[in-house]
Write a protein of this length. Sequence first.
Length: 223
Amino acid sequence: MTFFKKKRIYLDYASTTPVLREVKKEMDKYWTEAFHNPSSIYEEGVDRKRELDAYRTKVARILGVQAKEVIFTSGGTESDNTAILGAFEVAREKFAKPHLIISSIEHPAVSEAAKEVIRRGGEVSVAGVDEEGFIQPVNVLKLLRKETFMVSIMLANNEIGTIEPVSKVARLLREERKKNNSLYPYIHTDASQAPNTYKVNAEQLHVDLLTLDGSKIYGPKGA
Ligand SMILES: Cc1ncc(COP(=O)(O)O)c(C=O)c1O
């Protein structure tokens, strides 16, 4: 006979969170009543497009970007892949062997995308971290090449919780871009793990591309 039912306590909020009640309430009508394709031309579709644009504007305001710069994806992996491989395909028009720099502690969503860059004919350098798990911005600069199309450094690490000096790296890279009168390298950060403990704002981080993951910030899975 069991007298005590063990109480289970969930401690893995960094991995995924429940959907916030307010979010669920806001989303409710979209499952059954307001399910229309926002790209369609009839009234209901036009209404959905207007609502979607309003949500896009809200998200943009929080992140310090323009609404047209917000792209909704199915989550962290798709976002990282879109950022890295999308920029790679564009850079191919300029460079024979576009070069990517990532840190040695990236989530597989980034490190596997880097392997895909190599499969497609690009090159990748990996910047190591110190004994405490922090990237040293100067070490990133040392890896720069004329053909570097992107530097991707995560903001908050998913295993050890370090907050990486992304804005410092980004500022140094922006100086390099200015010096070379070039748009490259783009600066991407996987901030999937950051928003619950850190204010994420693309403008303040000085990054060009930023990944977020709805399932880790009390939003639905697949967002
Ligand atoms: C830092 C980081 N990036 C990307 C992902 C992948 O996100 P998703 O599972 O939404 O594809 C995760 C998931 O744990 C993560 O922690």
